[in-house]
Write a new protein. Sequence first.
Length: 443
Amino acid sequence: MGRLDRYIFSTAAVAFLGVVVVLAGMIWATQALRQLDLVTSQGQTILAFIAITSLTMPTLVLVIAPAALFIATAYTLLKLNGDSEIVVMAAAGMGPWRLLRPLILLAILVSLFCSSLAVHVVPASLTSFREQVTKVRADVVSFVAQPGRFVNLTQGLVFHVRERSANGVMRGIFINDAREKEVSTYLADRGQIVESKAGIFLVLENGSIHRRGGDLWKTEATPQPTPEEARAAARAKLAAQNSGGQAAKASEPAAPPAAAPAAGDQKQGRSDSKAANSSVVEFQRYAFDLSSLAPDNKGVDIKPMERPLTYVMNPPPEDMYVRFFPGRYREELHKRLSAGLYPMAFFAIAAAALAQPRTTRQSRGAALTAIIPAMGLVQIGNFAIAGQLKANAAAVPLIYALPVVTVIICAMVLQGWIRLAPPAALTALIDSIRARFSRRAAA
């Protein structure tokens, strides 16, 4: 590779990497916020958050890379044309194919990179992402042992630990279990989570269990006087004020009986009921079952996009998607195999429109404006055909034919066999608008 080729290749490669990093970083930041609540609520660290969210990066790069190659190619050719370098190369006898040689090399590398991502890296990263999310949700130790915090493990179950040592021993444990009618409060000096084949248990030491009946939480409403009693009390009070005191004495027998003694009796009765329905049990060792808090990993739905290529090419008949959604594996297989063709198609569109030398009077912006819709049409066609793969096997050749035909047409344009020009009416309209603005600027 000569100096000129290295210059063009390095310019395009730096632009490609810059676009990929910027776009992937922006999209990753928005996608990572979805996992932030999961990680923080489970008591995980920032390193776990970064490790989990970074597993989505290969998928983002696979989506961004073709568009980034298109932008890098257009940027490089516009830069060379703006500095009159393409004009000088053409005057020296260098054709467009010689100019595009380092860019074609970059396009081939990007296509191979996208193929590798689609076939191997993305399925492996999605599998790791699912496993890491499942591991975080199943990490009962990190979820439970958050010192100094009252953690709602589930509806009606509150957990608090004063401190946790490096070896996993927790001290100052408080558990309030109100999931059943009988409310139980567990207090223990120390404890440790133990995982075994029987399940996950929190082994408490040197503590007590306080159990109370569910009716303790029922409150009795204060008796309210009836409307007749309220009116009678109001009349008696008014009569006492008008009679100067004697009517008040006469009306005292008619007043409703005071409720304070009765309330005191009821309070005492409820206290006796509380004493009868509560119990305290002290223990040296007690195993509190936490198995219900861990998610059940049986029957995990592994999607076709997470399967390796060998599995996708020949899935077993008992697979759920083969039985109920037979077209999903066909769709996934051909989407992976065709992923490396679309970067070449996007590169060909940009090269066909911008690789020819242009003078300052020829609008480079118009050419750039024309190729953006062309790239959009190819991408929309890709999505439309991929959506039909699941339902219609006849769409399989189309997903390969679209990028190949695009590359062939662009090559014919570069060779000069096809000349693409905007309609005459559109050109006349653009010229008239430009002339009008020029006259206004001159005035």
